[in-house]
Design a protein around this ligand. Structure first.
Ligand SMILES: [Zn+2]
Length: 215
């Protein structure tokens, strides 16, 4: 017994990602959307249909997808993601969602635990963390210094926590070119959205890189 504690402490050190301590976690306001047993089952069924994996759990994410909401407030965005109803575009369940939403004033809200898959990007939900920005264009997000500062802080913390390279921090509009893109439903293989284009994300990734590496 006397040796157990030092051994456990040593194992904990070995298992902890080295970068974790170096990159500070930003302030995050918890505003969970309802994600009960029914929504989890629907998410697992979605993952089975689209990715061939029958789980609602997000494990070992490889991609971070940046979006903008086309809403003018956080509350409107929360109200969009909270109901578990079929989405207007693809008419599927569970309802769409995003792990995080960044408001215009730089407040970071978390809506869904990182251990759960969210429907935000066709072809990538099985391995992607979703970050929404309240706003209506790439240019608006990139030119908003408070929102961008929060976005870069959150994205850097997440990518360093999960060992995700800057190149795998992508915009929704870049989803089809991700090496992790995978879609079993044929009619959706070329489906994407126009938010956060390659041009915008080139600027975003430059700023993210300038924030420093993970060590
Ligand atoms: Zn999007």
């Amino acid at each position: 017994m006397r040796r157990a504690l030092p051994l456990l402490a040593a194992l904990a050190l070995l298992c902890a990602p080295a970068a974790d301590a170096a990159v500070p976690k930003p302030a995050i306001v918890s505003k969970p959307i309802p994600f009960g047993a029914k929504r989890k089952l629907q998410t697992a069924a979605y993952a089975k249909r689209h990715y061939g994996v029958a789980t609602y759990r997000l494990t070992d994410p490889h991609v971070i997808v940046e979006h903008y909401t086309v809403t003018s407030s956080f509350q409107q965005t929360w109200n969009t993601f909270a109901p578990d109803t079929p989405d207007a575009e693809l008419h599927e369940l569970p309802g769409t969602c995003s792990h995080f939403v960044i408001d215009r004033d730089g407040t970071i809200y978390q809506l869904v635990p990182l251990s759960i898959m969210c429907r935000h990007t066709v072809g990538l939900n099985y391995t992607a963390i979703g970050i929404e920005h309240v706003g209506s264009s790439d240019a608006q997000i990139l030119s908003d210094s408070r929102q961008m500062a929060a976005s870069l802080r959150l994205t850097r913390w997440l990518r360093c926590r999960y060992g995700i390279g800057v190149r795998n921090v992508i915009g929704h509009a870049e989803s089809l070119s991700s090496p992790y893109h995978r879609e079993n439903v044929a009619r959706l293989r070329t489906q994407t959205h126009g938010d956060m284009t390659h041009a915008a994300m080139t600027k975003y990734r430059r700023q993210l890189s300038a924030r420093g590496t993970c060590s």
